[in-house]
Design a protein around this ligand. Structure first.
Ligand code: SIN
Length: 542
């Protein structure tokens, strides 16, 4: 096996000959980072600067990340007209009662330094006419605090700057299993592209693994996420004995470009378009959010998505519209959105933009502290794959790049605590895993576990998932199918248990929030290997 760019520099000794049964290559590292987006590369850089031997593995290429597609920007407190307290208050309000306020404060406080570090690395943010960094607004923010780059190409600029740092990354390598013993993590099994005729099994001996695998948008037929957003981190963590939480809170972005029959990754129409004054209207020209929330079109994202879904259902249509025709300089301010619209024959300067909700962000994930630590020694998670308590039941817009930068940096530093722990992986076998047919899974989740759910539909989704056959993964696609199946099962388990409506979890059959549900639901694998919610009795949950 020939590792691609730089892996041997990272580890010093990626070897083609190995004594580990079932493996065709092995490597040694102090930290393996899984994922090459904002959280992963930030962590890898920090750990490298602190002297760790870091190997980053990424199943795609350098820009096949969700970070690459982020439009709006980075929410970060502005010195002049904002405060940590204000940003915390907006985040907690959007999070619908489930944010961990101490985690929110800690991450928000870390924002300015994290952005300064990114700027030092070469990231360039847009400036206003006064020469100061330009800031926009998005849903749920009480002030203009979101910095952006390239107009609406913030994620691409963040990714460019991090890629340019030249960190060694083994591309085309998918994480298959985190290996542990009674003292914690001992390494990672990887399926890598052998560059010739298929897949090679690799073993990385390492006392620390950081999961920065991004989100789970591929659970649904339409998503703003790239094809690799297959919930790998959640599945790897569950299999390694860690807990996940808040998975039922999948954020559906209210304004995703609608085209008839469009499936897969759909282009986002940034919330910043509404921040600059665009209006959400239905086919009759009526406001979609009038009377729904005091912030109108800039209400928190769950509120707007629900309003759009309600209006679509009320009118029996599959989309509504954004009216941005009155905005001056739209193409310059929103070049990415403009290009997506023009590609499907819509000119936002003269036409309404058809939009509909689509899966966008997982508010939940692997349970960690604000340094990325899970309860399994040596296992860390950061970015969308993690659940720090920042997002609660509904993430505040543009808090995700913020979290990736701040917690990515801290997790890279935290991993130094495992330096010197001697480990050895002795077996590269992969267990059989339930793996549903992907399009059947996406169809079940889209029909029964989307913006609005109910107990009967969720029971049908659970039954579909329970029928998934077991197989030993042999390819990246197999690993992804298994990860999607495991994560969908955990999500549906939690969504069935949560018999209330809160944040991004709307139950048609339980339309109000319930005070008794002001708590997160943790899911983990029990002794039998089945998914469990340890502190809930789920029998007969509807
Ligand atoms: C957007 O630009 O609307 C998305 C920003 C985000 O998801 O935070």
């Amino acid at each position: 096996m020939t590792p691609r760019r730089g892996a041997s520099e990272a580890t010093g000794d990626v070897r083609g000959a190995t004594a580990v049964p079932g493996a065709s290559w092995e490597a040694h590292a102090d930290l393996v980072v899984v994922g090459g987006g904002v959280a992963g590369l930030t962590a890898a850089r920090t750990a490298s600067l602190r002297g760790l031997r870091v190997l980053t593995v990424s199943k795609g290429g350098p820009t096949d990340t969700a970070t690459q597609y982020a439009q709006g920007g980075i929410a970060v407190v502005a010195p002049e007209n904002d405060s940590v307290a204000g940003h915390v208050a907006d985040t907690v309000e959007a999070g619908a009662g489930l944010c961990d306020e101490a985690a929110v404060r800690s991450i928000v406080e870390g924002g300015p330094a994290a952005v300064a570090a990114l700027t030092d690395l070469g990231a360039v943010f847009d400036l206003g006419r006064d020469g100061a960094v330009s800031r926009t607004r998005e849903g749920g923010h009480s002030v203009r605090r979101i910095i952006h780059a390239g107009g609406d190409a913030t994620g691409a600029e963040v990714q460019r700057a991090l890629n340019a740092a030249g960190l060694p990354v083994l591309f085309g390598a998918a994480a298959a299993r985190v290996v542990t013993d009674e003292r914690g993590v001992t390494g990672l099994i990887v399926l890598s592209d052998n560059g010739v005729d298929g897949t090679a099994v690799g073993v990385v001996h390492a006392p620390a693994v950081l999961l920065a695998t991004g989100g789970l948008g591929q659970l649904y037929s339409c998503s703003t996420n790239p094809p690799g957003a297959t919930a790998d981190g959640v599945a790897l963590a569950l299999a390694a004995g860690a807990a996940v939480a808040d998975l039922e809170f999948v954020q559906f972005h209210p304004t995703v470009l609608f085209t008839p029959g469009g499936v897969g990754r759909r282009p986002l129409v940034s919330e910043a378009v509404r921040g600059e004054g665009a209006r959400l209207v239905d086919a009759e020209g009526n406001s979609v959010t009038a009377g729904v929330h005091p912030l109108g079109d800039l209400a928190p994202r769950d509120v707007v998505s629900r309003a759009v879904a309600d209006r679509m259902r009320g009118l029996g249509t599959d989309h509504v519209y954004l009216d941005a025709r009155h905005l001056r300089g739209f193409a310059e301010r929103f070049p990415t959105v403009t290009a997506s619209c023009l590609a499907v024959g819509i000119d936002p300067a003269h036409q309404l933009i058809p939009v509909a909700p689509a899966a966008h962000y997982s508010c939940g994930g692997v349970v960690t502290d604000v340094h990325g630590r899970t309860a399994v020694p040596g296992l860390y998670a950061a970015g969308e794959a993690a659940r720090t308590g920042l997002h609660g039941a509904n993430r505040l817009a543009s808090n995700s790049l913020l979290e990736g930068l701040v917690v990515g940096e801290r997790a890279g530093a935290a991993a130094t605590e495992r330096a010197g722990v001697r480990v050895e992986v002795t077996d590269a076998a992969l267990p059989r895993e339930a793996a549903a047919d992907r399009s059947a899974l996406q169809s079940a989740m889209t029909t029964h576990a989307s913006v609005v759910r109910d107990g009967d539909g969720l029971a049908i989704a659970a039954a579909t998932l329970a029928e998934a056959p077991d197989r030993v993964p042999a390819t990246t696609a197999d690993l992804e199918d298994a990860a999607l199946t495991e994560t969908a099962s955990a999500l549906v388990l939690a969504a069935r248990a949560r018999t209330e409506t809160r944040g991004a979890h709307t139950r048609r059959d339980h339309p109000e929030p319930a005070e008794s549900w002001r708590r997160s639901i943790e899911v983990r694998r029990g002794a039998s290997g089945a998914l469990e919610t340890p502190d809930l009795t789920l029998t007969g949950a509807r």
